[in-house]
Design a protein around this ligand. Structure first.
Ligand SMILES: Cc1cc2nc3c(=O)[nH]c(=O)nc-3n(C[C@H](O)[C@H](O)[C@H](O)COP(=O)(O)O)c2cc1C
Length: 489
C-alpha cells in the first residue's frame, strides 16, 4: 500500500494536519488518511494514486476548491472569519447537546463571541460549567432570575447578537416557536429576537418524520427561520438509523458564515439565468398538461448563486414555493413564455436550465372550457413539440459562456445525459434519477427535498452522494463560480 508523503505537502497543510492529528491523538499520516477517506467516501469519487491523494488533501484545505464539501471548506480554520460577530447559542435538551460544546469551540476559534442559553432539559445532558468554560461567558438558564448579577433580560439577550443559533433544536423547541409559545428563557428569546435564527434539529428519525414536526418545520421555514440538517445516519440510540442526526459542528459553522454573509462573492458582477419549476400547457381555460416538478431544486440553485454575489434572473414556471431572496424572479406559465423570457434575458454569463419544461403541448387551446357531451367521448388532443430552450440557448449567437442543463431520467441516466450534452450544446449536464425507485422516498426527487445527481461533462462523470437540494445547490453554485473564474468578462 502506498504511503503518504507528508513532507511534500504545503506548510499550511502540514500545520493543519499536525494540529488535527494532535487533537485526535493520531499520527499525521493517519489523520491524512482519515480526512481523505471521509472526503472520498462522501464527496470525491474514487481516488487511487498517491499524487492524487495529496492533491485531494490540498483541495480539502484550500479555500478555492469547487469540490470541497461544506464541512471541509469550513474546516480550514479561517481564523477571524467570524471576528466581531456575536452568536447567541440556544442549547436544547437532546443527546446531541454534547456537540454544542465543539460548536462553541469552533465558533470562538473563528473569532466569534458566543453567549449560551440552556434549556432545563439541556442541563440534563451537558453542564452549565462546561458550556460556560468554553464560551468564557455566563450561561443563561432562567427567565425570572432577577437576583442573578448577570441578568440582562430576554430582550437584551435576543437583541445583543448578530445571529441566534439553536443547536440542538429539539422537537419541543421547534413546536414552541412554530406556535408562538414563550414559557421559558429559550422560547422567549426566540420569539423576542429581531435577528436571523438558524436551527440545527436533532432527534430520533420517528420524531423528525412525525407530521407534527414536519408541519412545525414548514411553518418555521415560512417564518424565515433557516435550517441546517438534520442528516441521515446512525443515531446515538442503538439500532436506530435514519434522518434526524444533528449537522456536524463544522457544517453549522459554514451555515452561520453563509447566513452572516461573510463568504467571498466570487460571482459578483456575473449575470446568471436560472429556470425552475414545471410548465403548464393549456388545453382550455381551466385544464392544462403539467408535471410533478416543485421548483425546489431550481429555486435553491438561484438562491445559492445569489449568495455568491451573482445577479440572478430566475424564470419560474408555476410553483407553490416562495421566490428566493436576493433574486429577480419572472413568472411564466408555458414553455413558449419561458423561452421568450430566457431569450430576452440574454446576454448572460451563465444559464442553468433546471425547469422541467413540457416536451409537448396541445396544438390548440380552446377559448372556452371544453364541454363534456354525453355520447361524444373525450376530445382528441393533437400534441405538438415545444421549443427546446436548453438547445436553443446552447447554440444561440448570444450563448452564455457557461450553459448547464438538467436531465431528469427514469432509465439509462448517464447514457441519456451524455447524449444530451452534445445535442444541446451544454457544458455540463446535471443528471438525476426521477424514477420512483430512485431511493429518494415515496415522493421521489420531484417534489422531495433530497437529490442524488451526477455531473456529466466531456471530462467524465462525477457522482455526488445523496444530499439535500440546498446542498446540491450550494455545491453546484461553487462549481459554476470555479468554471466562470477561468472565463474573463
Ligand atoms: C435520553 C433522552 C434523549 C433525548 N433526546 C432528544 C433529542 O435528541 N431530540 C429531541 O427533540 N428530544 C429529545 N429528548 C426529549 C427532550 O429532552 C424533551 O422533549 C424536552 O422536553 C426538551 O426540552 P427543551 O426543548 O426545552 O430542551 C430526549 C429525552 C431523553 C430523556
Amino acid at each position: 500500500m502506498a504511503s503518504i508523503t507528508i513532507r511534500n505537502l504545503d506548510d499550511e497543510v502540514k500545520d493543519l494536519l499536525r494540529r488535527l492529528a494532535a487533537e485526535n491523538d493520531r499520527s499525521m499520516e493517519e489523520q491524512a488518511r482519515v480526512m481523505i477517506r471521509a472526503a472520498v467516501e462522501g464527496q470525491l469519487g474514487p481516488v487511487g494514486r498517491i499524487d492524487q491523494i495529496e492533491k485531494t488533501l490540498r483541495e480539502l484545505t484550500s479555500s478555492h476548491s469547487p469540490a470541497t464539501p461544506i464541512a471541509a471548506m469550513s474546516s480550514q480554520i479561517s481564523r477571524g472569519s467570524l471576528s466581531g460577530k456575536r452568536i447567541l447559542l440556544i442549547i436544547g435538551g437532546g443527546i446531541a447537546a454534547y456537540k454544542a460544546l465543539d460548536l462553541i469551540r469552533r465558533l470562538r476559534e473563528r473569532g466569534a463571541a458566543v453567549r449560551a442559553v440552556m434549556t432545563a432539559a439541556a442541563q440534563e445532558f451537558v453542564t452549565t460549567l462546561s458550556v460556560g468554560a468554553l464560551s468564557a461567558d455566563h450561561v443563561f438558564v432562567d427567565l425570572f432570575d432577577r437576583n442573578d448579577e448577570h441578568d440582562v433580560g430576554h430582550i437584551r439577550l435576543s437583541r445583543e447578537a448578530d445571529l441566534v443559533v439553536v443547536a440542538p433544536a429539539t422537537a419541543d423547541l421547534m413546536a414552541k416557536l412554530a406556535n408562538g409559545h414563550a414559557n421559558d428563557l429559550a422560547s422567549t428569546v426566540l420569539i423576542a429576537t429581531d435577528k436571523p435564527v438558524l436551527m440545527a434539529p436533532a432527534m430520533n428519525p420517528k420524531m423528525w418524520s412525525h407530521p407534527a414536526t414536519r408541519r412545525n418545520r414548514a411553518t418555521l421555514q415560512k417564518d424565515g427561520i433557516a435550517f441546517i440538517g438534520p442528516a441521515k445516519g446512525e443515531m446515538a440510540e442503538s439500532n436506530e438509523a435514519g434522518e434526524g442526526r444533528m449537522a456536524e459542528p463544522l457544517e453549522i459553522v459554514a451555515a452561520i458564515e453563509a447566513l452572516l454573509d461573510i463568504r467571498p462573492k466570487p460571482l459578483a458582477g456575473r449575470r446568471i439565468i436560472v429556470t425552475s419549476g414545471p410548465t403548464h400547457e393549456p388545453i382550455d381555460p381551466v385544464r392544462y398538461i403539467a408535471n410533478r416538478s416543485s421548483g425546489k431544486q431550481g429555486h435553491a440553485i438561484a438562491a445559492a448563486l445569489a449568495r455568491l454575489g451573482a445577479d440572478v434572473r430566475l424564470v419560474s414556471g408555476p410553483v407553490g414555493i416562495a421566490d428566493p431572496a436576493g433574486v429577480t424572479t419572472l413568472h411564466v406559465e408555458t414553455a413558449n413564455e419561458m423561452k421568450d423570457a430566457v431569450e430576452q434575458l440574454l446576454p448572460a454569463d451563465a444559464a442553468v436550465f433546471v425547469a422541467a419544461v413540457a416536451d409537448w403541448r396541445s396544438e390548440t387551446s380552446a377559448g372556452e372550457k371544453i364541454k363534456k357531451v354525453a355520447g361524444e367521448g373525450p376530445p382528441a388532443l393533437q400534441m405538438i413539440e415545444n421549443p427546446d430552450i436548453l438547445a436553443g440557448v446552447g447554440h444561440h449567437k448570444k450563448r452564455p459562456s457557461l450553459v448547464v442543463g438538467f436531465a431528469a431520467e427514469t432509465q439509462d441516466l448517464v447514457k441519456n445525459a451524455k447524449a444530451k450534452l452534445a445535442k444541446k450544446g451544454a457544458d455540463f449536464i446535471v443528471a438525476n434519477d426521477v424514477s420512483h425507485d430512485s431511493g429518494m422516498g415515496s415522493s421521489g426527487v420531484m417534489g422531495g427535498d433530497r437529490n442524488r445527481v451526477r455531473i456529466v461533462s466531456k471530462a467524465g462523470v462525477d457522482e455526488w452522494p445523496e444530499m439535500s437540494k440546498d446542498e446540491v445547490a450550494t455545491r453546484l453554485a461553487a462549481l459554476i463560480a470555479e468554471r466562470l473564474k477561468t472565463i474573463t468578462v
